[in-house]
Design a protein around this ligand. Structure first.
Ligand SMILES: [Zn+2]
Length: 467
């Protein structure tokens, strides 16, 4: 195995304890870090990183097919007076897109998206995958056809993936029957678990692939079917990740109170053993008691700032939640943007704009906002993946980003200001120069090894969808 060990020497690298100098990174043929040694000696045979090294960022929430509609819904529908565009009108447009997607088209869109993610320094993705069936709602011969296409697209791009097949059963609280335009999404716990089992056999887990499940939202499942899903998952893969959309819209909070007698986060925490295996995506509308309870649960709050801003969702109480040691991670969700730097920037800016203060999300022990949010998102994002990622430490995946030290956003700055420049400055091209995933250099000089071919296929798929 010795000859299969690979190494990189970094003059500066961001380790769990902060920036360290002269760091030697070594990893094995499977892409796992064997050692991370600060204050090491550079030696002749070891490649040298061209700039400061950061861990790759996990992207904890993605609906791959939605990448194809980014930028196509930014207009107000021409209709009579008083028309209001909101999440629900956007969802109608999104459903029309979902109705047309083909297996080949999805594969091309997902592969291009994952290349964009890698170029942005996302080295893992959690795919909240809910388009399962054929256009008329009947099953594919392989029930896991579409999920498998997405898993394969991730593998081809080099990004690590946590595939979360979605249980979507009802159209709304009180077990409302699904709408016709939801026919490609619908499963029972049993059919969803069968789909997952089929997928796990066809594409077994490895260092860059993990499975979990995603009950779509409380409005799309019931108490009993959620329990059946979790029991089935635990029989298959104890402790596997569970993600759910929880409180993105005030309308769903109101409907939950009306039919279930509690707000969504409170309802879930009261009835289920919610802990660090859970990721609650868009816990946007939570009250003070839910904020405390969610922080205490150890679950990860999945924040998708660019999408939440784009859809007009609302603002998560990040300051109060972080003060109570709540866990967070970020995701690009609808992919209106694919850039963790923008997610972290907007996370802070939402707080600044609403509180009319600066550096709101800094803390006494981490006075630099970018450093605190970066470290928190690495840790929470890694938990959400259920994979050993998110830190430069022995045993973790060799996922890292090499910054361009000559970039105008960080040049001449001391290392303590690098993350501030990376997150808050927006000056021209990205400061992310090279990206390694599982020890492979998949982005070199801001170019992915496969981007021309993947982009041509993406454009063809998009042209077909927009015909
Ligand atoms: Zn989502």
């Amino acid at each position: 195995m010795t000859q299969a060990t690979q190494s990189l020497f970094a003059d500066h690298a961001f380790l769990p304890e902060g920036w360290r100098r002269n760091v030697l990174l070594q990893w094995n043929a499977h892409g796992a870090l064997l050692s991370v040694t600060p204050d090491a000696q550079a030696s002749a045979g070891v490649a040298r990183a061209s700039g400061p090294v950061l861990p790759g960022m996990p992207n904890l929430h993605s609906h791959a097919f939605q990448r194809a509609m980014a930028g196509l819904t930014e207009y107000r529908a021409a209709s009579g007076t008083g028309a209001t565009d909101n999440f629900w009108s956007w969802r109608d447009l999104m459903y029309r897109f979902a109705a047309r997607i083909t297996p080949e088209g999805l594969a091309s869109i997902a592969q291009w998206l994952y290349i964009e993610m890698l170029k942005a320094g996302y080295t893992s993705v959690c795919e909240f995958h809910y388009v399962h069936h054929m256009q008329d709602g009947s099953r594919y011969a392989n029930a896991a056809e579409l999920a498998q296409r997405v898993v394969d697209a991730a593998g081809a791009s080099g990004i690590g993936i946590t595939m979360l097949p979605v249980l979507y059963q009802y159209a709304g609280f009180g077990a409302q029957p699904p709408r016709d335009d939801q026919r490609r999404f619908i499963n029972t716990p049993e059919s969803l678990l069968t789909l997952l089992d089929t997928l796990r056999s066809a594409r077994p887990e490895h260092g860059a692939l993990r499975y979990g499940v995603a009950p779509h939202s409380l409005r799309a499942v019931s108490n009993d079917t959620l329990r059946a899903l979790l029991d089935g998952l635990d029989a298959m893969s104890p402790g596997a990740p569970v993600h759910i959309h929880i409180a993105e819209q005030t309308a769903e909070v109101d409907a939950c109170i009306e039919t279930e007698g509690a707000r969504p986060v409170q309802w879930l925490l009261d009835r289920f053993d919610v802990d660090a295996r859970w990721c609650l995506v868009h816990a946007t509308h939570i009250d003070a008691d839910e904020t405390t309870a969610l922080a205490k649960s150890g679950a990860v709050a999945g924040l998708c700032l660019t999408t939440e801003a784009n859809l007009g969702d609302g603002i998560f109480p990040t300051h109060d939640y972080l003060e109570q040691r709540g866990r967070i991670g970020v995701g690009s969700d609808s992919h209106i943007g694919v850039d963790w730097r923008a997610e972290l920037r907007l996370l802070e800016y939402g707080q600044r704009l609403s509180r009319r203060q600066r550096n709101v999300l800094a803390s006494a022990d981490m006075p630099r906002v970018a450093d605190r949010l970066f470290a928190a998102s690495l840790e929470g994002g890694a938990l959400a993946t259920g994979r050993a990622v998110g830190a430069l430490r022995t045993g973790a995946r060799a996922d890292f980003i090499v910054l361009d030290a000559n970039h105008a956003s960080i040049a001449e700055h001391g290392s303590d200001a690098w993350l501030s420049g990376v997150v808050f400055c927006e000056h021209g091209e990205t400061p992310i120069r090279d990206v390694y995933a599982g020890g492979l250099k998949v982005v070199d000089g801001r170019k992915h090894r496969d981007e021309e071919r993947a982009y041509a296929q993406y454009r063809a798929a998009l042209a077909e969808l927009l015909k």
